[in-house]
Write a protein that binds this ligand. Structure first.
Ligand code: URA
Length: 429
């Protein structure tokens, strides 16, 4: 294959033959293709797209560029992928709920970048928790505990690492086939048989509109099916933050509340819905209401909490030690009375980032204690001067400088708003 002819094919809007596409991905992974040719091809794909067959071949080739795990367990393996959001802590309670239901959950998660938080950063705020396990330990803990959450290893889908880095600097990230291949190559290499996608839309999400989220979900499901996996997707609202906390240790604390049968309604609802779909696609229940009931029970009877503690201890964590706590916790007073009509996820995500909870560059280290808590949620009433949330930071100046910005995220109204539609669509393949 001559690289410039391969690029020309996509530049002119033609379909890549399978053998060429596979050879191309080999060249990406082994370093024989230079950055400038890969970058040119990425832009051609961004402009002209890939069809469903090409997307599946690209995904498969990227998956095979590194190690692929397979699970020889007596119980079904499941995993979920969220496209990320503000306050999205769902994986923390979800994995132990699924494990308690009798599923195996090998979950390879990511770190936060920009506005969206990362599961690994949240878990690392638990004293001692280790997300860098060897593949052997990962396998052992999934078999022994039922769930294990680790970071991506160097040997998993290395072609994606190179492609993603180049997409990031060539303005070619927002391409549905490239996003699909990137997400799916890693998920497929991880080996879980049933996959649930939580595709978020709104101001705090990667996909701004429900229509775009739907297109991405369709593409993920089509690719997963072609490559032999059982896939479902939920299209969920990320125009407002999830729960009442944003920030690593604060979100772990809130996850523990959900695992005790309490916590904010939206986090609980999404954990139950996602666990129910995962259990159903693995064949554990006859219908969705039964699966929901069983998932809710694990939260209410303490069994999922016990599983979470077991997972934390197995991964070196010390669940009885206090979580990191910020030196400063500053209230943000409501400017007037009213009902919370809307809380803008993007603004809250930016405030959390400026409080130190996230990363601007991949090399930054987040402050585990920073963030926002006690966020009022849509529909709640507030009196003037009453806190609409608290800002947790290392210094008073830092927190105080963000009060006005935080206030601007809240829209207050004289009458109660309509109920929030958290789960906009369910797509079952
Ligand atoms: N997450 C990924 O892993 N890849 C993308 O391209 C986008 C989100």
């Amino acid at each position: 294959m001559i690289p410039q002819w391969f690029i020309e094919t996509k530049r002119d809007g033609h379909e890549h033959p399978e053998a060429d596409l596979r050879e191309w991905v080999r060249g990406v992974a082994d370093g024989t293709l230079p950055d400038y040719q890969i970058a040119a091809w990425l832009m051609a794909v961004y402009l002209n797209g890939l069809n469903e067959t090409e997307t599946a071949i690209l995904t498969d080739a990227m998956m095979r560029s590194g190690d692929c795990l397979s699970w020889d367990l007596s119980i079904p393996t499941v995993d979920k992928h969220s496209t990320g959001g503000v306050g999205d802590k769902i994986s923390l309670p979800l994995a132990p709920v699924c494990a308690t239901l009798g599923l195996a959950v090998p979950m390879i998660s990511g770190r936060g970048l920009g506005l969206t938080g990362g599961t690994l950063d949240k878990l690392e705020s638990i004293p001692g928790f280790n997300v860098r396990l060897s593949v052997e330990d990962f396998r052992r803990l999934v078999a022994e505990v039922g769930c294990c959450l680790i970071g991506q290893t160097d040997s998993l889908a290395p072609a994606d690492r190179r492609l993603y880095a180049l997409r990031d600097v060539t303005a070619t990230v927002p391409s549905i086939p490239l996003i699909t291949a990137s997400i799916m190559s890693k998920k497929l290499a991880e080996g879980a048989h049933c996959l649930l996608f939580d595709v978020k839309f709104g101001s705090g999400a990667f996909m701004r509109t429900q229509a775009d989220a739907h297109r991405l979900a369709d593409s993920l499901i089509a690719t997963g099916r072609r490559l032999g996996r059982v896939c479902r997707a939920l299209i969920t609202d990320m125009d407002q933050p999830l729960g009442r906390t944003v920030g690593n240790a604060l979100e772990v604390q809130e996850s523990l509340e959900v695992l005790q049968g309490r916590g904010p309604w939206d986090v609980r609802a999404l954990v139950i819905e996602e666990a129910a779909h995962m259990a159903l696609s693995a064949g554990l229940f006859a219908d969705l209401p039964l699966a929901r009931q069983a998932a809710a029970k694990t939260l209410d009877d303490g069994s999922a909490l016990a599983k979470f503690r077991q997972m934390v201890i197995a991964q070196g964590g010390r669940p009885d030690e206090p979580l990191p706590k910020a030196k400063i916790r500053l209230p943000v007073p409501a400017p007037c009375d009213g009902y919370v009509a809307h809380v803008d996820a993007e603004t809250i995500g930016r405030v959390a980032l400026e409080l130190g909870a996230g990363r601007v560059k991949v090399t930054d280290t987040p402050d585990p204690a920073a963030g926002l808590d006690c966020l009022l949620q849509q529909g709640e009433r507030v009196d003037p001067g009453q806190p609409i949330c608290f800002l947790c930071a290392d210094t008073e100046e830092r927190a105080a400088s963000l009060i006005e910005k935080t206030r601007s995220a809240f829209t207050l109204a004289a009458t109660p708003p309509p109920e929030r539609l958290l789960i906009a669509e369910t797509i079952v393949a």
